[in-house]
Design a binder for this molecule. Structure first.
Ligand code: WTA
Length: 633
């Protein structure tokens, strides 16, 4: 089959070796994929050492990201569909925006933003449903040099307000409502609530999506369709330095407050475009579908920036995989003749439960490649994806990466030998290492902390508003390398197997959640004295959320309170943070210095109550007996 793919599998290893041996040559050559205003003469300029810490790529180049995604395609593919939108309700009509239309709409949107006073360097928050205008909003920000911060539409008003306050957005782009799985999502109502919490918000630009009646506050709220009437469909693309920030995306870490991961313009775009083309062997004008939400990094890199930079027809899906039927995802594949499908293991596991029937009822003959992202894919789901969905014909691309990495880091390339459950080998320019707990490099077959030993163009550039947090979070524990927070195993063939997070982050249905965030929400409840949250294995979600809650004196434990606490967390953070299990605990296992022993809580939640290990250092060992006896599950 070699010769069939963008990268000949026989040449992969040599190319990877070259990307490490001659990084400047390799990356300056790759940089020619982009359309520069001033082409760069330098590639990577970075140091992970504390005294000289910096990360820059192509720093003397200038370009505009939106121009790379739109303008440069106009000569060759103006009439090709850029965004193919599949609505939540299959009875509604799909929408198609050609590159010419997307260009014009982006320019109009950009002009509206300018009219509202926005410009280069301003932070604009986007809280949108999965409609084409969401992608247009991102591109419009990029066109005028504003920094977008997308907040997932499933987050609560509180979460939205906190993220706007953190980056000082004065402008919010939202919609009246969203649609998902036959239900309405009240986005504008949440935005109004967020505006009550964060008074720095001056303008809410509202896109009409469902046509619902929503209250508009004069002087603050603006309908997009009214603002855009008569606005020019031409807007010059702002020249941006390669290192100018493109976006902020908040993500969960070990601490309570999500951090605003900051990405650059040029390095990020190059990484998204190169990985999208090479890993998915993408050939325009075939239809490519990344079934993620624009609120996550996967949506940024692989619905919007990578595909559009490559002139793809990118499918944007408003709905959910199993509504109105468990065949929906495959019906969409058939309806739009999708060649490449990229989704998350959690969706596959949920669909697998419905049996093979709903899949076999569809053709799927158009599929060529299948991608997976967001969490480790268990071999059973991998095989089902490969054998049933792809009928043995499509390579499975299990792509390991993170919000921080901008795009794929450890991933197969099509045509190379695969192993179910392994993300296989590093992408070009990526140098992974495994370290033991003391920071010693492990060689050969080994399991340890996964770190990356050198910078790559798509690497995050900072944490918004906190100069030191980037270094402290990712470079303090193991000096000189980027710490991923994941564990991994390397087998005899050098293949990597991601084992999951080694920190206090859990992965629920492919969504990253900090246990500390859920704990902070729980202790805000009037009945709660203390809370500790851990992950536990969940057969569909990958990990579920298990919360141990100590109630205030005099508060009665009850099922009603349990439901109340679940609703509370949903309201504080959003439905994705809803605890799957809540155990009322009179006390938590603590060391004599008062530190909660999470190891023990994890074991109990996992049901491994036999092997709790040494509990003698606990202040009160009796606490453990009670926890074991009253385990929920
Ligand atoms: C996990 C999503 C195993 C991992 C792109 C990582 C994976 C976290 C995979 C980042 C994979 C992502 N195999 N684990 N193919 N892809 N992860 O920032 O724990 O939302 O650290 O980025 O998801 O999640 P994030």
């Amino acid at each position: 089959m070699s010769g069939q793919w963008t990268i000949d599998p026989a040449e992969r290893a040599a190319l990877h070796a070259r990307s490490l041996a001659d990084p400047d040559g390799f990356w300056l050559e790759q940089a020619r994929r982009l359309d520069w205003i001033t082409p760069p003469r330098t590639a990577g300029d970075w140091s992970f050492a504390e005294e000289d810490f910096h990360v820059r790529w192509f720093a003397d180049g200038t370009l505009n990201v939106a121009a790379n995604c739109l303008d440069r395609h106009l000569a060759t593919r103006a009439d090709q569909t850029a965004i193919l939108w599949e609505p939540d309700d299959p009875a509604h009509a799909p929408r198609r925006l050609s590159y010419a239309e997307l260009h014009a709409e982006t320019c109009r949107f950009a002009n509206v933003l300018k009219g509202l006073g926005a410009g280069k360097g301003d932070r604009i928050t986007i809280y949108m449903p999965m409609i084409p205008e969401a992608a247009v909003a991102l591109l419009a920000c990029a066109r005028i040099g504003a920094i977008h911060s997308v907040v997932f539409g499933g987050f609560s008003a509180d979460a939205l307000a906190g993220r706007m306050a953190d980056c000082g957005s004065t402008l919010l782009i939202t919609a009246d409502e969203g649609r998902r799985g036959g239900k309405r999502v009240p986005l504008k109502t949440c935005a109004d609530e967020a505006a009550q919490i964060y008074d720095g918000l001056k303008t809410i630009l509202v896109v009409r999506a469902t046509g619902a009646e929503v209250p508009m506050q004069p002087g603050r709220d603006v309908w997009y369709d009214e603002a855009v009437a008569g606005v020019a469909a031409e807007c010059p693309a702002e020249p941006m330095a390669a290192e100018d920030p493109l976006f902020i995306l908040y993500t969960s870490g070990s601490t309570g407050k999500p951090k605003g991961v900051l990405h650059s313009s040029a390095g990020y775009l190059l990484w998204a475009a190169l990985t999208h083309q090479v890993v998915f062997d993408h050939r325009p004008p075939e239809t490519y579908w990344c079934a993620a939400d624009i609120g996550w990094v996967t949506g940024h890199s692989y619905i919007v920036y990578g595909p559009l930079a490559n002139g793809a027809t990118t499918l944007m899906f408003e709905g959910v995989p199993n509504w109105p039927t468990p065949s929906r995802i495959w019906e969409v594949v058939d309806r739009h003749q999708v060649s490449i499908l990229y989704t998350a293991p959690t969706a596959l596991r949920a669909l697998m439960k419905e049996g093979d029937g709903p899949v076999r009822a569809t053709s799927r003959a158009s599929l060529r490649l299948l991608g997976s992202v967001g969490e480790p894919i268990n071999p059973e789901a991998w095989r089902w994806y490969h054998d049933v969905v792809g009928e043995g014909r499509c390579p499975i691309l299990d792509t390991w990466w993170q919000t921080e990495t901008g795009g794929h880091m450890i991933t197969p390339l099509p045509g190379m030998p695969l192993k179910p459950g392994s993300a296989t080998l590093p992408f070009f320019g990526v140098e992974p290492r495994l370290l033991d707990g003391e920071g010693r490099t492990l060689t050969g077959e080994a399991e340890g902390n996964l770190v990356i030993a050198r910078s790559w163009p798509g690497q995050m550039r900072g944490v918004w508003g906190d100069e030191t947090r980037f270094f402290e979070t990712y470079f303090r524990t193991f000096p000189g390398v980027y710490t991923t927070g994941d564990g991994a195993r390397r087998d005899a063939d050098g293949y990597y197997w991601i084992t999951g997070r080694v920190d206090d982050v859990i992965n629920v249905s492919g969504h990253r959640m900090g246990t500390a965030e859920v704990e902070s929400a729980l202790v805000l409840h009037e009945s709660v004295a203390e809370a500790a949250v851990v992950g536990f294995p969940h057969d569909v979600k990958g990990q579920g959320i298990y919360a141990y809650v100590t109630l205030n004196a005099g508060v009665e434990a009850s099922d009603a309170l349990r439901r109340g606490l679940r609703d509370w967390v949903r309201h504080e953070i959003g439905p994705i943070a809803t605890p799957d299990a809540i155990q009322f605990a009179p006390g938590l296992p603590k060391t004599r210095s008062g530190k909660i022993m999470r190891r023990i809580l994890r074991k109990i939640a996992e049901g491994e109550t036999g092997g709790l290990g040494d509990v003698s250092t606990l202040a009160d060992p009796a606490v453990v007996e009670d926890l074991v006896a009253n385990r929920v599950g």
